[in-house]
Design a protein around this ligand. Structure first.
Ligand code: ADP
Ligand code: MG
Ligand code: MG
Length: 248
């Protein structure tokens, strides 16, 4: 699904990612943990294609294709989903219309006609039921006046509608309240399939009590300094990041 080899990335001449290696296979959930400022969001942004970064070295293969040569606007159509750490508000655009546009853009890319209205609405209903989302939320403008929990619900709803192959969820460093945490985790658990994969980025171990990852990586100062099973998240929670810092 995703193969990152010796990825070195800088911004304004400052090296942020210092040789990342990562292999994600279909069906896997990987967690990336690490202290603040170590490059977690940078990694997510580079995969999604934000172009403020300079790729100094390395490669990213996504489904065997050279991702770094793939146009940014095509990456979503190719099945990459990035949940925003700070979701934008789009006043005047309902979630329903926003989602219809997103779904149809993706279909167009694959040479398909727009989804018939009844089919689209049925799909919305199915996903709403699955994620336990209120009908009212879908009629509101995207993120306008949403609580943190509602923004997360909307994000997971978008993910459910777009059915990505690779979903990257970058959580805020301040942490989510318990309701939002359960929305995110419940969504991921319901959407897990043998043919998709998740990269869950989190500063805290708490989220991983609800989403049980297959593999946990610790990112420290631009490098993955340790990888292991879900017990590694527990170990980090107990010993804190100072333990990693002293080892690194
Ligand atoms: P994390 O998500 O692990 O907290 P980030 O990827 O956000 O870390 O940041 C890693 C480093 O890159 C930090 O030192 C941060 O200051 C720097 N950085 C991130 N984005 C920018 C930017 N747009 N301009 C300058 N420096 C940045
Ligand atoms: Mg940060
Ligand atoms: Mg971050």
């Amino acid at each position: 699904m995703l193969s990152i080899k010796n990825l070195r990335v800088s911004i304004d001449g400052k090296e942020i990612l210092k040789g990342i290696n990562l292999e994600v296979r279909p069906g896997e959930v990987h967690a990336i943990m690490g202290p603040n400022g170590t490059g977690k969001s940078t990694l997510a942004s580079v995969i999604a294609g934000r172009d403020i970064f300079e790729i100094e070295e390395g490669e990213i293969l996504y489904k065997g294709k050279n991702l770094l040569e793939m146009a940014v606007e095509d990456r979503a159509s190719e099945g990459i989903f990035l949940g925003f750490q700070y979701p934008v508000e789009i006043p005047g655009v309902s979630i329903t219309n926003f989602m219809r546009t997103a779904v149809n853009e993706q279909r167009k890319y694959h040479g398909l006609d727009p989804m018939p209205a009844n089919e689209f609405l049925a799909k919305m209903e199915e996903k709403k039921r699955m994620l336990d989302i209120h009908a009212k939320l879908a009629n509101r403008s995207v993120n306008e006046g949403f609580s943190g929990g509602e923004k997360k619900k909307n994000e997971i709803f978008q993910m459910a509608m777009l059915e990505p192959s690779l979903a990257i969820l970058d959580e805020t460093d301040s942490g989510l309240d318990i309701d939002a945490l359960k929305v995110v985790a419940g969504g991921v658990n319901k959407l897990r399939r043998p043919d998709n994969a998740f990269l869950v980025i989190t500063h805290y171990q708490r989220l991983l009590e609800y989403i049980v990852p297959d593999i946990v990586h610790v990112l420290f100062d631009g490098r993955i300094v340790r990888s292991g099973g879900k017990e590694l998240a527990m170990e980090l929670e107990e010993k804190g990041y100072e333990w990693i810092r002293s080892e690194a």
